[in-house]
Structures are given as structure tokens and as C-alpha cells.
Write a new protein. Sequence first.
Length: 400
Amino acid sequence: MQGAEPPFPQRTQVAIIGGGPSGLLLSQLLHLAGVQSVVLERQSRDYVLSRIRAGVLEQGLQALLRKAGVGDRMDREGLVHDGFAISFSGEARRVDLADLTNGATVRVYGQTELTRDLYEARDALQGAIVHEADVVGVDGIDSASPQVRFEHRGQTHHLAADFVAACDGFHGAGRRAVPSSAIKTIERVYPFGWLGILSETPPASDELIYAHHERGFALCSMRNPQLSRYYVQCAADEDLAEWSDDRFWEELKARLPEGVASGLSTGPSIEKSIAPLRSFVAEPMRYGRLFLAGDAAHIVPPTGAKGLNLAASDIYYLSEALIAFFSSGREAGLKDYSDRALRRVWKAERFSWWMTALLHNFPSLGAFERRMQTAELDYLFSSRAALTSRAENYVGLPYD
């Protein structure tokens, strides 16, 4: 089954806006607990599966995927990383995650593959997913009977539900349905972006390398042993057309330690893009019977690898709350959802802000601030307590 076809369901218990990993994971968890849902996705399935996103999975997300019955391929094919490196002053220094956190690790597994696993799981259970469903309104969210209006191939449809979960991203219809007077947004836009390429080459290292350099930040990452993802800090208004593959490789090598740069395998890029960086939080994450989750509620700069993981913790709290309501009528989890989620959101925002501030060149930094970055990095690797704090955040704080 490749998704729902007309006539579409007209009522469900939970209407989920957004068919990315957040919406699909929520739908899967609810289904396994006997709660009905319908997922409305604006794009086609092929489009969703063509989006190439990072995939550094925390301990909590890995456990949640296994609970949802979609962890088998992740466990077989995902790359377990028990450390990463930070490069500065011409030297790469390792953060031993496993040693600092009593054995905790992260797993590199592409978000596209994770989404594919979720689609297959929903298909196997005949889950209702409507693709090319453009949500044009969410009505009655302050009542007991909210309703989602969506257009599909020129026709307008209505989906009534007990609750609506907005998992439809920063620009989605979910957050727009909340009255502006009822929600506060807090944002910081960073004065630079990340220029990234994907190449069919062996990674520069078995683990991620974050590089602090006077020319700007760089990151060496990977999707699998033959597919590498690299980034360099660039101007916020950088012209992508001016960056040939040769220019990118030359700039990346200049920002890496000599030993890493000399062994770097280069090749044609198969994807190249520029991503802006921002920190963003919407408070509260609930209004009436509508709940915000993932990028609809918050965005973190990718430096700390927290975006997907933070969305997963939202889904953990929200699925628990909805399942408790439908199984026993308990409303405490629904009332507490926003506060519980936001406590973890702000901790992840803090870690991502810290990593971004430490490793990037800000145009406004003077000589003093640049020396402070170096001093902070020196201190970090001279203190086990400081490294432990950063490692705990990297592998993921527990769901409280």
C-alpha cells in the first residue's frame, strides 16, 4: 500500500500534518497502541524520500525506533560512533563518548533511510497516509472537534479529529493556525551559512570531525562507508554558482589538520547546497487541541546534530500523552506536554548554541573573542568534567 487514495477518511482520532519522520513515527507509535491516525503530507512520497538530511541518532531516538518496530535495519546498517573529533590549532582531538558516558554512543543512519523504514512499517499496517495533501486551514482547535481542511488534486477535503499534531515544519500550516496572540516566538538568525556537498567517496575519518579554523568552521561527516557529507562555513548570502567542486575541496582542505587533509578522498559532488543557520523556539507547543512537534515548534543550528533527535523527543512525550488519554482518559500528559517538551528543547538549544558559538567565525568577533574561543577549546580538553558534560549532551539527555 503506497498511501491512502480517495475517498479519504473523514474522521480519525489524531490528524497528523506532515509525513516526514516525526509524523510517521507518531503515527506508528499510536497505531501500535490502538490509536487511529491519518497523516497528511503536502509532497509526494518520492519527494519526501529524496530529501537528504543528517542522521546522527541519539540513544533515545534509537530506543524509540526499536519500540516502534522500525529499528532492525538501523541496527544492522547504522554506523556506531563512540567518539568524534574537534580540530583546532592544527590538531584534531578526540572526544571519547563511550568512556565519558559509561558506554553511550550515537549511530549514523541517514534520515532518508529512517523515513523509508517508517513508510514501510506504516504500509505493512495499512496506515492512512495522504500524499499531495496541501493543508489550507485548521479550524476549531480550541473546541472538542478540530478539523483539518486540505486540497488534493484540485479538490477540497475535510478531516475531523479529536486532536491535531502539527509535524509539518517551520513553514507549515500547523503553527499558522495558532492565533498570534497565543504564541511567542524566540529566534536568532546566525550571520553565516553552511555550504555542503555530498560525494561518493570514503569519509575523511571513521568518526565526525568538527573543525575550528581562522578561515571558518568545517565538518567532515558521512552517510555510509562510501558516501561522505562535508560542510564549510560560508557567508549567509553566498552564491552557490561560484563554488565549483574544486574550489570546495580546496577550501575544505585548508580548514582541516594537515594529516586529515592529505588523506582526503575527493570526487564529483552529487548534491550541493547552502543551508542558513538559525535558533528558533515557539512557546507554548500546545494550543487547545493542536500540538506542535519538531521543526514546527523549534529549530536548532545543525552544529550539535540535535534537530531530528529533538523532534523525536517531542514525539515521545506526545505519543505517551495521547495514548494515555485514549486508553484511560487521563489528560495530565496532554496538559504537561508543552512544558515537558520545552524543558528538553531549551537544553538542546543551549548545546547547539554553544557548539555554534565555539566553532564558527562570527564577523563581529574581535581579537579578544577569538582568543576566548581558543581558550575555551584548550580548557575543554584539559578537563574531564568539561568533556563529560559535552559528551552527555552529544549522546542525548534522557527523556524526563
